[in-house]
Design a protein around this ligand. Structure first.
Ligand SMILES: [Zn+2]
Length: 241
């Protein structure tokens, strides 16, 4: 685990058969009010929790898991992590929260083909991704957690209930899989994806001043060039109709 900046640590995903999402730990450790953003791939819970313990964080200081969205590579090991954090809450954007509560796994798997592949590869069963969500986020909330303020921005397109977390004072953006380093964006062919919504979401994010970009996969960027997201949005715009 790597400290990115004050109040933000980074556990890199450990890609396997399919990618494993990064995990970010948010909050001033002294606050004892920490949040985890995303979980990761099936089977990666031990690795993620081990990394947290190695940082000297007492798991009981982790009060919630906030999901940027609920694709399998982000939610696969959520049950493993929550099993070690019985007090922690689960916060998810409303559209995907309702699916989790109803046991609707179409967003989790993205494609029927992936469902059968992953059932064979990981031994997962229908019903494994039914969760109680403690707080449903709409977008537009300002979360005062762990001595920091994070704005919730609903950014549909890669998935219907995708959110970004934005910390204005330190100009930190956690956009899930909507925008990555190296002018890459998330795929928009899975269940619940919407190319034109993704375009709108990218242009929304382009209005933020971002210095630190912490995406769900691949490298993180500190010292992001001004206008980076706008340039990325413009590069992809023609494909996003
Ligand atoms: Zn995704």
């Amino acid at each position: 685990m790597i400290e990115v900046t004050k109040g933000v640590s980074f556990i890199p995903g450990q890609d396997d058969f399919i990618p494993d999402s990064h995990v970010y730990v948010l909050g001033d450790p002294a606050s004892q009010d920490l949040s985890i953003v995303d979980a990761g791939l099936v089977g990666k819970g031990k690795y993620k929790m081990g990394a947290i313990r190695k940082m000297g964080i007492d798991p009981s200081a982790i009060k919630r898991v906030i999901m940027t969205h609920t694709h399998l590579d982000h939610i696969g090991c959520l049950a493993e992590i929550l099993g070690e954090l019985p007090e922690a809450e689960l916060w998810v954007q409303t559209l995907e929260a309702e699916q989790l509560e109803q046991g609707d796994e179409r967003t989790v798997h993205g494609l029927e083909m992936f469902r059968s592949m992953c059932e064979m590869q990981f031994g997962i069963k229908p019903g494994d991704f039914t969760f109680q969500v403690h707080r449903k986020l709409e977008g537009g909330e300002s979360l005062d957690i762990g001595g920091m303020t994070w704005e919730v921005i609903h950014i549909p397109g890669h998935s219907m209930g995708g959110i970004a977390l934005y910390n204005a004072p330190q100009k930190i953006l956690i956009p899930g899989d909507v925008v990555y380093a190296d002018y890459a964006i998330g795929r928009f062919d899975l269940y619940g994806a919407d190319a034109s919504a993704l375009k709108k979401s990218l242009f929304n994010l382009a209005e933020l001043e971002v210095d630190i970009l912490l995406p769900g996969h691949n490298r993180i960027v500190q010292g992001l060039p001004p206008g980076y997201i706008l340039q990325t949005a413009k590069q992809w715009e023609v494909y996003l109709t």
